[in-house]
Design a binder for this molecule. Structure first.
Ligand code: UD1
Length: 426
């Protein structure tokens, strides 16, 4: 069991590069199922979720080749005329993002058998909106022996109102609707930059989509799509993680290759906290020279503050001056992270979907456990502002979403190493 061993004290200083977003690339790879031929996706992050999605696409009949272009990874997905329609449990259970093959498979093969996904332990993640939307398009869906079995001899456009702007439901409905007969309108659609990115790739394939970037998407189904080439949108969550790490450690980090505008609220919080935020043509810089001031956090669908930045924000707030109220509106179990950071001396109390963080001068290093990707990096940030040594176990979570995380940290001056097992004993 690998651990990241962090010796606290460093103020992170330097520049990092951000590549494509995990939460976009997985969906773009699945969307490649829609268009026979060679689909190229660039700005690819070398993370374990991408490797698993690759295996899944191969299982569905695609040939997947990775290469590098200007030192950045890219992938070519050769999609056959005939796809297999079964996404097996042993692959799907490893990544939540694999549920996004459901829409494309249904659109292409008119039937799909997709194992119920796994992914982060951040709370209950129902699929009712995915199913209701696809049923409106004419699919029949049942859950049998741990598999979603969907059949749609005839996909027809429909008007769909989502109860909540779910990212995954919007994506599955969108990727089925592009090949349905007639017009589909998705109201209260999610409008995350990753959804915009998916829409752009689909348009590149010949899909007809209006309202991209808004909460109403109108899709006119077409008979077929053609393979395309597309570069993934930069990872705003990774970029935001560096911003919060600079804030917490009183550092100075230039984040290259990011879109600052995708982090408007997060960077505004950093500025409220005393950070000096400079927007650059190709990213941004966050510099901090004193103890951060507390700020409140309310997680919401985009353009609200991302739930995927909540643990990293709590890590910064744990050493801030003042008291902060955190309201988590998406995933209730995300606060499991609070029990871990409390082991490091953080003063965090949770009640339902609220947490109160009273800032302390310093945390104290301890062995802790990553419960999901973002909790993992949140604990590493906490380790950087703790006295002594912190060991973050279950690093495989971090590897799901962060490219060479400890190498990047070391390049910024952190004392971090990967060990094969804990040195705390036991
Ligand atoms: C995606 C991201 C995840 C991010 C989340 C919210 C991927 C692989 N994961 O997850 O990192 O934290 O968006 O930005 O892209 N819900 C239902 N029924 C449904 C679908 C969702 O009740 O059918 C609820 C969920 O339980 C949650 C909320 O809606 O409370 C939002 O979930 P959703 O936007 O669907 O998140 P994911 O697509 O799973």
């Amino acid at each position: 069991m690998q651990v990241l061993r962090v010796t606290g004290g460093a103020r992170l200083h330097g520049a990092v590069d951000v590549v494509g977003a995990k939460n976009s690339v997985l969906k773009l790879m699945a969307a490649a199922l829609l268009a026979p031929g060679d689909n190229r996706i660039g700005n690819l992050p070398a993370i374990s979720d991408v490797a698993i999605m690759r295996q899944l696409l191969e299982r569905l009949g695609c040939t997947v080749t990775e290469s590098a272009h200007d030192a950045v990874d890219q992938v070519t997905i050769r999609t056959p005329a005939q796809l297999n329609h079964e996404a097996p449990y042993e692959l799907v259970r490893k990544i939540r993002g694999s549920i996004c093959v459901l829409g494309p498979l249904l659109a292409r093969t008119r039937r799909a058998k997709v194992a119920l996904p796994g992914g982060d332990a951040i709370g209950s993640r129902p699929l009712d909106m995915h199913f209701a939307g696809l049923e409106r398009l004419g699919a029949e869906i049942r859950v049998e022996h741990g598999y979603i079995v969907a059949e749609a001899p005839d996909l027809r456009g429909a008007s769909i109102w989502l109860d909540f702007p779910s990212v995954g439901a919007t994506e599955n409905i969108l990727t089925a609707a592009v090949l349905a007969k007639g017009t589909t309108v998705i109201d209260n659609a999610a409008r995350e930059p990753e959804i915009v990115d998916l829409c752009r790739m689909l348009v590149g394939m010949g899909a007809q989509i209006d309202g991209i970037g808004s909460s109403t998407l109108e899709i006119n189904g077409v008979d077929g799509l053609t393979a395309t080439s597309h570069d993934a949108v930069p990872d705003r969550i990774v970029a935001g993680t560096w911003a919060l790490a600079a804030l917490a450690t009183r550092g100075d980090i230039t984040v290259r290759g990011a879109v600052a505008h995708h982090l408007d609220i997060a960077l505004d919080k950093v500025a409220q906290s005393g950070g000096d935020v400079e927007v650059l043509a190709d990213g941004f810089r966050v510099a901090m020279d004193r103890r951060p001031k507390s700020f409140d956090v309310v997680t919401l669908p985009y353009p609200g503050l991302a739930t995927d930045l909540q643990p990293q924000a709590i890590a910064a707030l744990a050493v801030a001056d003042g008291t902060a109220m955190i309201t988590e509106n998406l995933f209730e179990a995300r606060f499991m992270f609070c029990d871990e950071i409390a082991r490091m001396g953080a003063d965090v109390r949770t009640d339902g979907h609220h947490a109160v963080v009273r800032g302390r001068e310093r945390l104290s290093g301890a062995p802790v456990r990553a419960t999901d990707i973002r909790a993992g990096v949140g604990l590493v940030i906490a380790g950087l502002v703790a006295d002594g040594i912190t060991e973050v176990a279950e690093v495989h979570h971090i590897d799901r979403g962060y490219v060479r995380f400890e190498e990047q940290l070391r390049s910024l001056g952190a004392d971090v190493e990967r060990l094969e097992s804990t040195s705390f004993g036991g």
